[in-house]
Design a protein around this ligand. Sequence first.
Ligand code: ZN
Length: 700
Amino acid sequence: MKRWSNRELKKYIDRYAHEFGEALAIRVYTSQLLGQDPDLVLHGGGNTSVKASFVTLMGESIPAVFVKGSGWDMATTGPDGFVPLDLNALEKLRKLDQLEDTAMFDQLRLAMLHPFPFNPSIEALAHAWIGKAYVDHTHANAILTLTNQENGEDIVKEALGDDVIIRPYIHPGFYLSKDLADALDTSPNIRGIVLMHHGLFTFDDDPRVSYETHLELVARARQYIDKKASRSFFTVEFEKAPDSAITRVAPIVRGALAERAKDPNRPFRPVILQILRDEETLRMIGHPDSRRILEGSVLTADFLIRTKPWMAWIESPELNDMETLSRQIEETVLDFAERYRIYYDQGVQRTGRDFPMFNPRPRILVIPGLGVFCSGTTLKEATITADLSRVTLKVKRDIVAMGATYRGIDEDKLFEMEYWGPQLAKLAKITNALLAGRIAVITGAAGAIGSAICKRLLEEGCVVVGTDLAGERLSALEADLTGRFGENFWALPMDVTDETSVRKAFEAINLRYGGVDILISNAGIAFVKPLDELEIEDFQRVQRVNVEGALLFLKWGIKVLKAQGTGGDVVHISTKNVPSPGASFGAYSATKAAAHQLARVASLELAPFGIRVNNLAPDAVFKGEGRKSGLWEVCGPERMKARGLDEQGLEEYYKNRNLLKIQVRADHVANGVVFFVTRQTPTTGATLPIDGGLPDATPR
Ligand code: ZN
């Protein structure tokens, strides 16, 4: 836990107070302190506020409450993450008896003193109605450990004493806010409020007091847990499964968890996996009683859209028999989906809410001995699911270790919380990108065409693994793309001519994301010599990259696609040289033709598995993404010499030889990739020329 530091605080005041006022500068400081502590706040959970004057353009001063914006992360938020709301307008709302969520958000938006495009937190009214300047709210793990057990209220009282009041679980919004405000009216000298199955509020006119009270109450809860916990339960001995077991199982799990859709062009919506398999997790899931204790009911409402009401669990996995284990995975997932459908149908009947059903397959699959397979529709979502799963398991473990019984939110309330307007709005924002949840692997990523393809796929929402030989070019690409796209890009050294290297790369990808959906075979080299001067060693060197490299990449990639059973897309970057070879280009043209043919064979073999394979045939690409094409570094000088042109002249030459008089660029090739992998047309085994129109490149 981070301690208050006047020196640190001064930095915030120096930075923000001039523009935003001192109160908000301090608010930013303590919000970040709370947000950076994973025991207190995870992924946007929790919120804070401060009451201060808002000064309008006309110089008028209005009493306001600045509430953290919905979706802003407390760990990183600045002053612009706080929504100023007209305090008087919000105070009037307390007189109402009823205010449903949609109407409440309308009122909150009307009270906004600055037209931010996002809403204030769902708990804004509670912040407004708690009559202290600073209000701090988190869903601290230690508090949830106390509230989520049988006789939780007594436990909280025993642990935290008479300093706090305890309120039952009420769904966040108007009614919860009113309940808190009413409770405070009757106990004005209280230091904090504990909400069952939800979290903790502290407040004071002094920001330091509110913050330190928060830490103190959480620390008291933690001490109480530690004192009671014997921790004897989860001391099972276990053997950690080797990486090789996970790399085989992950694609099977990933395939089973993918959403099934009705669109024949896109019958699957894949998920990204994050696998928890540290020793602590394996210990927690390894006991014969673990499932009974850990599987059910979420800790708190905002976990639901990420974790679903329950985890799926394979009780006695056959870890040494892959076929049986595959069947167990499939059956467990289908059983879960059936249970979820019943839960959904009953919920719709009970509430009349007709929101479309989420993917009924689990978000979390537990396989004792292997790990906890957590999934999400994007890498970020999968990471959040994994973090929430870890917390859920730990809290439940601690409860058992205390000799107590876990008690979550009542099951019949879960549906209302999962299918709930504001929650769905949050989900809708996450992503609608066509390639969300898809993982692409590309060879020759550090080159001009390769890097352009990486960038386009990242823009479309893909997770992209860019492979190339280890070295400066790959490092430069990594620095460039991770700077722009963060964790969604991974630069992975791989040598396509070395089968072990290719196999290991796919294993590493399975371990890191669960599998792959899109294979882009792009690595290629050129060599310029007329046939009568071509040494066999030089030809073989080109062949190893262009043909064997393409084959090895497809071979190991296809195995992953088949294990998932959710189709896939393969694009091979061929060349206009296949239909229209160039003199002195024998090694290149012949080897590219062989690889082109391999891709066409792949389209025949893979169609029954829903995998589409297509070729792109670009004409000369000189550069892209600020990188010179490696191919052209080899053959450009010779071509210039042969035609008596300089670099500029050669580019002009290639431009003028096509019908459209257009220079072919790397991003054109990347657009061709996106066309195929987003499945705009039902096409496989085809070749798309990207050459500005070359009559001599048509087959004859
Ligand atoms: Zn809350």
